[in-house]
Write a protein that binds this ligand. Sequence first.
Ligand code: BV8
Ligand code: ZN
Length: 250
Amino acid sequence: MVLTTVTDELISAFDRARSVTVLTGAGVSAESGVPTFRGGGDSEIWTWRGKPVTELSSAELMATDPKLVWEWFDHRRGMLTGIQPNPGHFALAEWERRASDFTLVTQNIDDLHRAAGSLNVLELHGNIWRARCLRCASTFEARDTPLEENPPLCLACGGPARPDVVLFGEILPEGVFARAEEAATRADLFFVIGTSAVVYPAAGLPIAAKRSGARVIEVNPEMTDISFIADVTLLGRAGELLPQFLKQRG
Ligand code: BV8
Ligand code: ZN
């Protein structure tokens, strides 16, 4: 079913749900002015030195030119400085306060869900404001942009650090993905918001939820690779549609 507004039936399903899990992608941050990876919904697209994101954010480039990888992420950190969450982020923080069992799983590394007040956030692909030491693996906050030194040095052992994000070709943080899978299979309602659902294993979560009997609701201005399993596709922008779930029925 394709809809363009949130019906009373969907609001009551939301109010009645025992367990709600949400998966977000770049589209939920588009209305904050953050570029997406593949566009859609007239969102900007990340471009940098004419290289594709899958190459810039890759384990191969980290192995051959870690300085360039840091320059790429510092470019994005510069763009993210001063960016505020939008009504879509704030609505999800309020959803969490209303629902008894709520899990927010994000592919975004921009930290905007937390900035909007979301607490139970599973960051599948890491966080752009964190660094991880290549020697002792400890992680630390690295908010200075532009970077004072490239690479930043570990606060614990002085070793060189890398962005604490998951690059293409790297496995996701074990525990985090297992908890996301668990929340997907436990959910009554599984929302897929602002993602083109082409990057795995994240894009497998809606399928796991569907298999476990969840009702899958997609929110996106465009149909995507996951629309075929969605029970409902809400065609529109997250910042306009997500707050509608909070209004009184009727
Ligand atoms: C791994 C962090 C295993 C860094 C990211 C072939 C088949 C299946 C898989 C693969 C394959 N070949 C390779 C793979 C694996 C690969 C993958 O899936 N590649 C894809 C391209 C095919 N996956 C991996 O490499 C993963 N690791 O598989 O390890 C392994 C096994 C053995 C040994 C070693 C490893 C790691 C994947 C994670 C990579 N890191 N991010 C960074 O940010 O730079 S992925 C990054 O890209 C994002 O985090 C996100 O996941 C993805 C972008 O997707 P979206 O967020 O959905 O954004 P997109 O722009 O595509 O879509 C935006 C949507 O929003 C659109 O639909 C648009 O219409 C909509 N929209 C726009 N405006 C709005 C809106 N929606 C709502 N409101 C609006 N206003
Ligand atoms: Zn260290």
